[in-house]
Design a protein around this ligand. Structure first.
Ligand code: FCB
Length: 462
């Protein structure tokens, strides 16, 4: 942007975009797909904005070839997408449904034919409903089933897909799915949330072991680690609040994944809600299976204060009465999330320092911005002048660059998202895409951010 210095990213820096199956595919009853917890949840009155569902979404299931052509036009080098488990195993276990695999087979071939590297996420929240009927992630068996499913997908795509990640943001699956009920399956039980954390991590570990045995070269997991900051840097109470929230969101995942096991202070928190007998001998060793890549999803920082009687956060068990989450301060995105690129630099530096030797990749970053002004809908000339989004992405890319310059090993950046899509509990009203989707006609219109990003990629910099 004018007046700012030119920045170049490292050679081989990976540029791309990300999506997730339930958010874009539609075709929920086609080719043998079984129901997922998001089909059930979105049909439960009051759970998703105006009862929106993923039934049609961006109809990507039928339009994938055009979407891949669009990716190629934008110059994307990598495309991160997720596989819908209920397409592969409609009941979550047992024989695979070849027609489900056929879809991803076609998608991968389309990507490769355009020179785009497929980046697979095995689980982006759409658990087969049949597994939820048996407890979902609170049931240890789900972890074992997940490993079987991973092997089945690899069996079909492993000859062409080089980069595999197991889970997307298990924090959300556990704490929003089982803790505060804002996401599917909508349970509200802190103990269940912690059981889910462990079984998600165990599932990751078992799948990692199985995929390694099957010969996968590049393997990882994507988290949404938080940049947790104190309201007052000099306050001891605020520092204690930071430690508590950091434990619940960051260390509970990162420590066991990197071989340190669950931290004692975190286990003590867990034990206030549920006896952690579900952590069995040997589990932490499985979870610590080496990974090649940690995916980092970042949108906004988290500011907390230690305060007696504080409201706490519904997604953070044990914070009520002791922690106050500060309301976000402007500028804000349409999600109400504050825009603070410096948080991304801090977060990357922190992970780099505390968990050294782990290559990082930004697997999601982006912003929803309002369409009330008309700026999000194509104007008479077909333009979508999303200058807010361009500024957001520019600021965050500079933040990534700063972290790299300070020695953090960041391998790439994938924008969230390629397309406007089903934003979970928010339905279609929040638009994150660099490509506009008209949900009535399914017409795609690259926004100005898409053209800007195309330029960034082609210059490998800003
Ligand atoms: C992340 C999710 C992704 C999308 C963005 C906005 O938590 O992984 O699917 O909804 O938030």
């Amino acid at each position: 942007m004018s007046g700012r210095s030119e920045l170049r990213f490292p050679e081989n820096f990976v540029w791309g975009a990300a999506t997730a199956a339930y958010q874009i595919e539609g075709a929920v009853r086609e080719d043998g797909r079984g129901p997922s917890i998001w089909d059930t949840f979105s049909r439960t009155p009051g759970k998703v904005f105006q009862g929106h569902t993923g039934d049609v979404a961006c109809d990507h299931y039928h339009r994938y070839a055009d979407d891949v052509a669009l990716m190629a036009e934008l110059g994307l080098r990598t495309y991160r997408f997720s596989i819908a488990w209920p397409r592969i195993q409609p009941d979550g276990t047992g024989p695979v449904n070849p027609r489900g695999l056929d879809f991803y087979d076609r998608l991968v071939d389309a990507l490769l034919s355009r020179g785009i590297d497929p980046f697979v996420t095995l689980y982006h929240w759409d658990l087969p409903q049949a597994l939820q009927d048996r407890g979902g992630w609170t049931n240890r068996e789900t972890a074992e089933h997940f490993a079987d499913y991973a092997v089945a997908v690899h069996g079909r795509l492993g000859d062409r897909v080089r980069t595999w990640t197991t889970l997307n943001e298990p924090w959300c699956s556990a704490y929003l799915g089982y803790g505060n009920g804002m996401h599917a399956p909508g349970e509200q039980d802190a103990g269940a949330a912690f059981r889910a954390v462990h079984h998600l991590l165990l599932g990751h570990g078992l799948a990692t072991r199985a995929l390694r045995a099957a010969g996968v070269a590049t393997l990882g997991i994507t988290l949404n680690p938080a940049d947790v900051q104190p309201a007052d840097a000099g306050s001891e109470a605020d520092a204690a609040a930071v430690r508590l929230v950091d434990g619940l969101q960051n260390r509970i995942f990162l420590d066991p994944l990197t071989g340190a096991g669950y931290p004692d202070d975190v286990l003590a928190q867990v034990a206030r809600h549920v006896e952690p007998t579900f952590v069995r001998a040997g589990d932490e060793k499985i979870i610590a299976a080496p990974i090649d890549l940690l995916g980092v999803n970042y949108y906004s920082p988290t500011y907390v204060a230690g305060r007696v009687g504080g409201a706490g956060g519904s997604a953070y068990p044990g914070t009520a009465g002791v922690v106050e989450f500060l309301p976000p301060v402007g500028p804000l995105t349409e999600m109400g999330w504050s825009i603070e690129p410096a948080g991304l630099t801090r977060l990357l530096e922190r992970i780099g320092a505390d968990y050294p030797g782990l290559p990082l990749m930004i697997t999601e970053n982006g912003g929803a911005f309002p369409d009330k002004t008309g700026a999000e809908d194509p104007d008479a000339t077909g333009r979508v002048a999303d200058t807010d989004r361009v500024a957001y992405l520019d600021g965050h890319l500079r933040a990534v660059h700063r972290a790299i310059a300070r020695g953090v090993d960041v391998r790439g950046y994938l924008v969230w998202s390629l397309l406007d899509n089903f934003e979970w509990a928010e339905g279609y009203r929040k638009r994150f895409g660099i490509v506009h989707v008209d949900y009535l006609t399914q017409r795609r219109t690259p926004k100005e951010s898409a053209r800007w990003y195309q330029e960034v990629i082609s210059r490998n910099g800003l």
